[in-house]
Design a protein around this ligand. Structure first.
Ligand SMILES: Cc1cc2nc3c(=O)[nH]c(=O)nc-3n(C[C@H](O)[C@H](O)[C@H](O)COP(=O)(O)OP(=O)(O)OC[C@H]3O[C@@H](n4cnc5c(N)ncnc54)[C@H](O)[C@@H]3O)c2cc1C
Length: 462
């Protein structure tokens, strides 16, 4: 079914007789960039200022936009969604712990705080670097400076079966799809008379032992053992299985070995079957096959094993490094186009530990956004540019109720204290007072009642 959507425009000048909006004059050389017959949505900004277009209102794009807020630049932020998504809590939406709205924040509510920022909801299909145009599903958008921060996509390493038969977790729609699916397979299991098929419906396989996989596995066992057990009294929950499969030798590969072991132990205590050192080779919607020959009957396979630069990278025709990320200079500029900056998950910049590329995590994107914005201002004022430098604050992952691991500033914690630290940090990082309050209330209620309020099977599959 097709989703219909209408977008209410901001107060705009009256359209011309052919229905098109009046063309918008632009600063500098790009004033001639609008193609004949094409129009630009009207600006409410003062003219004559350099225009910065930022693609992606995620962690990187938003940070660049805020750094340029109230500067002498005209800033236009583009995103296919009208919200900023807080991906670290996506797994809680997928496991019915939080409603989707709690982790999304309207971009317009952020940009309206700055006089020089504007937002447009549009899909970006490419960039004409020579003519300095962003190609969208609407009119091409001219820029003087461009920041690309379109994030990442799932990497299935060329395995089409895995791409087709597993659930990715990349945005709010994905999370709702997973939540719907989990609740649906338990409904099907309750009506299923064949015990083997029922067991397969109640088996959840998560591929990838990084923080997302670990968090997902822990939350899934809690959902099953605390909530679905009560919702489905006719089902034997002893048949339910949650399996975490990791191709590498351990879970949480970037954490210290004692925290990896602690995570494995905790997961096992929660009832998660952890299998390390074995890759998944295929899936067909009714089972998943492992490299050691084992086949696990399951209708639910969640992919948390690989990420690559966003789909947009495929359409830019630029040189890429490992993981389909665009190679940029240490200043975050494109080598042949100094007016273009690439940040966050899309950017391949070496300089991390042992000169590895910087990891695909939110703080790298946020700090990259700040640096790109400062470099744009420096470029405009003919000042020298600075290389990107990453200040690392540490890493953490939650395993479940009162269980998390934390590795920051030489402090290594697990258990209740790490869990409290995780809760506080994630609450503080969420954008918006309302979202923080909603998340806090949800967490409190879930903690006290062992229940999950968001157990609706919605029809978001369109
Ligand atoms: C499930 C999950 C859990 C995570 N947990 C953590 C964590 O605990 N800690 C941590 O540090 N990091 C975590 N990350 C990683 C972190 O979210 C990313 O590193 C960070 O979001 C990268 O920021 P970004 O700006 O590059 O991309 P994003 O924040 O993903 O933003 C990209 C934006 O671009 C938009 N976009 C993409 N393509 C287009 C297009 N063609 N046209 C228009 N708009 C487009 C998207 O809608 C999105 O808003 C997690 C990621 C996921 C998916």
């Amino acid at each position: 079914m097709e989703c219909m959507m209408t977008i209410e425009p901001r107060a705009q000048p009256a359209p011309s007789s052919n229905g098109a909006l009046p063309a918008q004059p632009l600063a500098n050389a790009t004033a001639t960039a609008t193609m004949p017959g094409q129009t630009e949505a009207p600006a409410r900004r003062p003219m004559g200022r350099p225009r910065v277009v930022i693609v992606g209102a995620g962690f990187g794009g938003l940070s660049a936009a805020k750094t340029l807020g109230d500067s002498g630049m005209e800033v236009l932020l583009l995103d296919r969604n009208n919200y900023h998504g807080f991906w670290p809590l996506l797994y809680q939406v997928a496991t019915a712990g939080l409603e989707p709205e709690a982790i999304g924040y309207p971009v317009r509510a952020i940009v309206r705080r700055y006089r020089n920022l504007d937002f447009r909801m549009t899909e970006v299909h490419g960039v004409d670097f020579e003519r300095r145009l962003v190609l969208t599903d609407g009119q091409p958008i001219p820029y003087d400076y461009l920041v690309l921060s379109a994030g990442s996509a799932n990497n299935y390493f060329g395995n089409n079966a895995l791409a087709e038969h597993t659930y990715g977790l990349k945005d709010i729609d994905d999370a709702e799809r997973i939540r719907n699916h989990i609740l649906k397979v338990f409904e099907q299991a309750a009506a299923e008379t064949d015990p083997e098929r029922r067991a397969a419906l109640m088996t959840m396989v998560i591929i990838g032992g990084g923080p997302t996989g670990v968090e997902m596995a822990g939350a899934m066992t809690e959902l099953i053992s605390h909530v679905l057990r009560r919702d489905f009294p006719t089902l034997n929950m002893g048949q339910a299985r949650v399996m975490l499969v990791e191709a590498g030798p351990t879970v949480l590969a970037t954490f210290p070995p004692n925290l990896q072991q602690e995570t494995k132990n905790r997961l096992a205590r929660f009832g998660v079957e952890v299998r390390t050192g074995v890759a998944v080779t295929g899936a067909d919607g009714e089972s998943v096959t492992l490299k050691d020959g084992d086949t696990i009957p399951t209708h639910t396979v969640i992919w948390a094993a690989g990420v690559r630069g966003a789909e947009l990278v495929d359409r830019l025709g630029l040189p890429t490094g490992r993981g389909n990320r665009v190679k940029v200079q240490p200043t975050l500029q494109l080598p042949d186009h100094p007016e273009v900056f690439i940040i966050g998950d899309m950017a391949y910049v070496e300089g991390y530990r042992n000169n590895a590329p910087f990891p695909m995590v939110a703080p790298v994107a946020i700090q990259g956004g700040e640096q790109a914005a400062r470099n744009i201002m420096a470029l405009a004022e003919n000042r020298p540019l600075r290389n990107f430098r990453y200040f690392e604050r540490g890493q953490m992952a939650t395993i479940g109720r009162r269980a998390a691991v934390l590795d920051a500033f030489g402090i290594r914690l697990s258990g209740r204290l790490a869990w409290l630290g995780w809760l506080v940090v994630h609450l503080l990082l969420l954008i918006g007072f309302r979202n923080r309050v909603i998340v806090l209330i949800n967490w409190f209620i879930n903690y006290v009642t062992y229940d999950r309020g968001v157990r609706l099977i919605s029809r978001v599959d369109c």
